[in-house]
Design a protein around this ligand. Structure first.
Ligand code: AMP
Ligand code: ZN
Ligand code: ZN
Length: 480
């Protein structure tokens, strides 16, 4: 991880000063052993001893209070271990994605059901950090593979393969695009069952995963959310050996509304309340089946959302005095500018000329766009090691957009895809289940850590990935 590191609350060790107290007591006592002759000296000595005793007793009392309180909370966390399954015969992880659920949306309105998961589960205190680019397909696939987009191959929602010139879209299901090993494939490789109620990549036949009928739903945005929840709940009515060990459930909201109106509109509040109702329906269904406490529910989003209502625009045509960027060179405009100049043009030269224009002070909002050779992007973005990533990438400041030319179109809505360092791009991580402590907050982490977390909960060996091997131990309860 680049910015936030994982730390767990550990018991506080005694301070140096507290450890030294007995030694200074010894010193005081030995000095009092010296014979005293004058009465003044005796009075002084007695008052010194008395005040020292009072101070010492106070210090001991404070130290006692400190150690007793820290050891009681400590013993609670030390004693807390994973809770045994009571009804299910094997662990089940239900991974839920609410698209574009920006971190903080959970405070927009009364969300009793999401709050219930938070209160009795473990939450990333300042949200889950998406991968760059903060777009739907790259992020959903990072969550289920533990790989950065450069390594799992889905480097954008749309892109062109530079070798074949074939175009990837959100409807491309040929396995050649989808690298890495998604969780459903890992699970099936271990002889367990998996089910997917939508997730980017889930329809793709890969290895032992062939998107089985009834266990793998083909994407159809018009299926009502209630129907999705009901189908997932029905899996728990199957015989024990048929209940999938890993399930996904996907909702398009509140991303859908976020694009239309930005993150601060009442429409978002309504969408968040509706997602909360879906979580409530799910919890009720699991409770009716007596399995709520046995199932691990992990609720995440893929990225956040930022308002783009302020005419914060940068036009490529404004750079013509320095370099002409024809539309055919541009694979993706915004918020991630991706340019692939034809052979014969030096990408380095193009970057230099673009940046010269942008920094000249003569291009509207030019200072808010920085253009890089992909190898020179900040390494924390992990966005270079794939031929699919075009050679030139532009990063804009929060809320800015890049367009080819000026138009009279009124721009007002929401967007994502920006640098994953922006807080507005953060989303949620809430986990509730037998291996998660109740009411625990953990520091923010990147979504590539989730793959190892799920394989650890399911007690299966995962494929190699960009997550940290020790991450699950830092967030899960010990087994005994
Ligand atoms: P984005 O443009 O990054 O906001 O993408 C969000 C959109 O991705 C959603 O509104 C859906 O229309 C689309 N989407 C989500 N999952 C899938 C899927 N499995 N297959 C095709 N499209 C999807
Ligand atoms: Zn999304
Ligand atoms: Zn979106």
């Amino acid at each position: 991880m680049d910015s936030d590191s994982i730390s767990i609350l550990t018991s506080k060790a005694p301070t140096k000063r507290e450890e030294e107290l007995p030694d200074s007591t010894d010193a005081l006592l030995s000095s009092s052993d010296a014979p005293q002759k004058s009465s003044t000296k005796s009075v002084l000595f007695i008052s010194l001893v008395l005040s020292t005793c009072v101070a010492l007793s106070a210090a001991i009392a404070i130290a006692f209070l400190f150690f007793s309180s820290s050891s009681s909370s400590n013993s609670e966390s030390i004693n807390e271990v994973a809770r045994p399954l009571t009804k299910l015969k094997h662990p089940v992880v239900l991974l839920i994605s609410s698209d574009g659920f920006r971190f903080g949306y959970q405070f927009k309105t009364y969300t009793p059901n999401i709050n219930r998961l938070i209160k009795n589960g473990t939450e990333a205190e300042s949200g889950l950090i998406p991968v760059f680019p903060t777009l739907t397909f790259p992020n959903h696939y990072s969550i289920v593979t533990g790989l950065y987009p450069a390594y799992h191959g889905i480097i954008n929602n749309y892109f062109t393969d530079p070798e074949t010139n074939e175009v990837f879209t959100m409807a491309s299901h040929e396995p050649k695009w989808w690298l890495g090993e998604p969780l459903w494939e890992t699970v099936v490789n271990h002889g367990l069952k998996a089910s997917t109620y939508f997730w980017p990549g889930s329809e793709v036949h890969k290895g032992s995963w062939n998107c089985p009928k009834d266990y793998c739903m083909f994407y159809n945005s018009s299926v009502p959310f209630e129907e999705r929840v009901d189908t997932v709940l029905k899996y728990f009515d199957l015989s024990s050996s048929d209940i999938p060990s890993f399930m996904t459930l996907y909702f398009e909201d509140p991303d859908h509304q976020g694009h239309q109106v930005g993150p601060d509109d009442p429409l978002i509040t309504e969408a968040v309340a509706n997602i909360d109702e879906m979580i409530g329906k799910l919890i009720r269904g699991l409770e009716e089946r007596g399995v709520f406490e046995d199932v691990t529910v992990i609720m995440v989003g893929d990225h956040g959302m930022v308002g783009t209502c302020d005419k914060k625009l940068i036009f490529l045509d404004d750079l013509t005095s320095w370099i002409e960027i024809p539309t055919e060179w541009v694979q993706y405009y915004t918020p991630l500018l991706a340019i692939c100049p034809p052979s014969g043009y030096s990408p380095k030269d193009v970057v230099a000329k673009m940046n010269e224009g942008l920094k000249s002070g003569k291009v509207d909002n030019g200072q808010y766009l920085s253009v890089y050779l992909k190898e020179e992007l900040p390494s924390r973005l992990h966005y270079a090691a794939s031929d699919r990533i075009p050679p030139i990438i532009g990063l804009v400041q929060e809320g800015y957009k890049v367009e080819q030319k000026r138009s009279t179109r009124q721009e007002c809505g929401g967007a994502h895809g920006y640098d994953n360092a922006f807080f507005s791009m953060r989303t949620i991580f809430i986990a509730h289940g037998p291996q998660f402590a109740r009411g625990r907050k953990v520091p923010s982490f990147e979504n590539v850590q989730i793959y190892n977390l799920v394989t650890t909960i399911l007690n299966i060996q995962g494929a190699a990935n960009n997550g940290t091997a020790s991450f699950p131990q830092s967030i899960l309860l010990p087994s005994h």
